[in-house]
Design a protein around this ligand. Structure first.
Ligand code: ADP
Length: 455
């Protein structure tokens, strides 16, 4: 049930509950304080009253004239407001002054008490005064109506004002939370109309410096990232289709042209060789595309394990020599004496090194030198593939890791490059938490360096 409540309603409910608790505590506190102080002031008045009676007793007792005290006390009582609420008994229990309203016999053993009469409730105070060595019991009382009326007015005020204040404050709280959350509704409305076709739209950002501004900015940041990702994806799809079209068109035209009339077996053989070459290129391209698509989808995960770099680099170096074939290239490995360990995935690391080595072979003219070197620096191991090839222009260097990027269409068309090799190498490096950097001087050569984190 609560799950369907809006934030506004929940905020108001919490606010009202807290306010009710606060008002109740406040009301109870006020009630206790005022009722206690009113009773205390009644008791003070009674104590003063009793003291007055005792003073008369002490000054007017004449053992030889018992009537004298009676007269003096009667005079004192008639001159005092509430004088009919005094009763005094002498040591033998004889009434010296009697009250028609309250009675000493009814007084509790405790000094203070309450006596209920048809005319109202009375607060009583009983005390014993010793005069000339004889105990006199004194009772004074005062009506409680005024105090009780005040307390009952206070009670009414508190009981009525609490719900009224609570209602008004809750309405105010609801209104404030509505106002505060209105921009959130606005964001929801704007966000609802943004679809894949309109990812370039952005939400309005209020310059309020508050959570709402941060929320809109975060949304806009997310939209920008989504837009960039969707753009990359459509670019990738467009590039991939374009790349696939060329070899497929070549295969088709080769077959069509060859089939147009009778040819010699040698021409057929040549055409089939051409078709085979282009099919191989297409297969490679499709495999690369598949790998990158899986990489984009977060698959496959590369399990890393601690492995020794040197034997692996030696193997790759040997494969590079096979790649170079009959070309006059010197391929060597520069390797430290002690073993170097990295956290890596064996087949993926081999693939990355082979991609770099393959590029070095492709872009280094005969007579050039290619070196694979391993270095164990203080920040972690580094593997570098350097060549003395044609190099990469400075302007092209930041783009070589982009998908389908080729420095110059003409220079690697024959070499069969698809422009995907370095993006795959980069992806593999990232999966190893390693960085892949390129340095190059046009006409002199290039170095591709993989820096592994410290293990
Ligand atoms: P390709 O399959 O075309 O080689 P890559 O992604 O492997 O694609 O490389 C991208 C571009 O970077 C290549 O077109 C090439 O021009 C340039 N490049 C890569 N490696 C080297 C290198 N060792 N020397 C010179 N240029 C290179």
């Amino acid at each position: 049930m609560t799950a369907h409540w809006s934030i506004r309603a929940r905020l108001t409910a919490w606010y009202s509950v807290v306010l009710l608790a606060g008002l109740t505590l406040f009301g109870a506190g006020i009630w206790l304080l005022i009722s206690h102080s009113l009773r205390a002031s009644l008791d003070d008045t009674l104590a003063q009253h009793a003291q007055g009676v005792i003073t008369v007793l002490q000054s007017e007792v004449r053992p030889d004239k018992p009537k004298h005290l009676q007269q003096e006390l009667a005079e004192y009582a008639s001159a005092t407001p509430g004088g009919n609420l005094i009763e005094v008994l002498d040591s033998r229990g004889q009434q010296i002054v009697a009250s028609k309203t309250v009675a000493l016999q009814e007084a509790d053993s405790a000094s203070h008490g309450v006596q209920v009469r048809p005319s109202g409730r009375y607060r009583t105070f009983t005390t014993t005064a010793s005069v000339n060595g004889l105990p006199y019991r004194v009772l004074v009382a005062t009506p409680m109506d005024a105090t009780e009326a005040t307390l009952s007015r206070l009670r009414l005020l508190l009981l009525w004002s609490t719900p009224v204040v609570l209602l008004l404050a809750s309405l105010g709280g609801y209104w404030i939370s509505r106002r505060a959350l209105a921009p959130v509704d606005e964001i929801t409305r704007s966000a609802r109309v943004i679809g894949i076709q309109s990812l370039s739209q952005r939400l309005a950002v209020p310059a309020s410096g508050d959570e709402i501004q941060r929320l809109s900015e975060t949304w806009n940041g997310m939209l920008a990232r989504l837009e960039a990702a969707v753009k990359r994806l459509s670019q990738f799809t467009a590039d991939a289709s374009h790349e696939l079209r060329t070899p497929i068109a070549l295969i088709r035209t080769t077959a069509e042209l060859t089939l147009r009339r009778e040819r010699s077996p040698e021409t057929y053989r040549e055409a089939l060789r051409q078709v085979l070459l282009e099919s191989e290129r297409t297969t490679r391209l499709v495999e690369d595309l598949l790998l990158l698509a899986r990489a984009d989808a977060g698959l496959p995960s590369l399990p890393l394990e601690r492995l020794e770099l040197i034997p692996l680099v030696r193997d790759v170096c040997r494969q590079g020599q096979i790649l170079a074939g009959a070309r006059q290239l010197e391929i060597s490995a520069e390797i430290p004496d002690e073993p170097v360990f990295v956290e890596a995935n064996d087949p993926a690391l081999r693939r990355m090194l082979l991609l770099l080595l393959d590029n070095a072979v492709k872009y280094t003219p005969s007579g050039g030198r290619i070196t694979l070197s391993v270095d164990r620096g203080p920040a972690g191991a580094t593997v570098a593939v350097s060549d003395t090839g044609i190099g990469i222009p400075e302007t092209a260097l930041p783009h070589v890791f982009e998908r389908f990027y080729r420095v110059d269409e003409s220079r690697n068309r024959d070499a069969g490059g698809t422009g995907l090799g370095l993006s795959i190498a980069k992806w593999i490096a990232e999966r190893h938490h390693a960085s892949l950097e390129a340095e190059s001087v046009l006409g002199q050569g290039s170095v591709f360096r993989i820096r592994f984190p410290l293990t």
